[in-house]
Design a protein around this ligand. Sequence first.
Ligand code: TYD
Length: 145
Amino acid sequence: MHGANTREESQSLQTIKYTFQPHGDDRGQLIALEEFRDIPFAIKRVYYMYDTGEGVVRGHHAHKSLEQILICIHGKCKIRLDDGTETKVVPLEKPYEGLYIANNMWREMFDFSPDAVLMVLASDIYKEEDYIRNYDEFLEFVKRG
Ligand code: TYD
């Protein structure tokens, strides 16, 4: 019962938001995510953030090679993406929405509702050396292509 996920691409900043197909029935909803079927990479790590304080902004980094899909499985939050030229704010408010973030994108997560649980599916294990935490270095990184 698959193949009904949809994918929306924004023109300017090339954000890709997935709408996953829930398996709903009179008991409720269930979403199943499999690598290479629903998620465009092998899932090597899952992590999630919760109890995020009011006014907190997380992230402030890009990655050299990591790909991720962010899903706010409970509550709401917003993601600011910056490709070095443009920025875009993407609200995540539904457990069936997934935002794809490629490596070369500066990201900040903010405006968490008190009940927000932001889950991240990642294409690799945690590697500090993959992080770009300095914005000027990030601009150099995207300029080099
Ligand atoms: P941090 O990179 O500050 O999170 P964010 O990008 O959301 O602001 O990570 C917080 C802490 O968790 C930091 O000590 C590193 C650790 N961490 C792991 O051990 N593994 C992981 O996969 C991640 C994402 C973080």
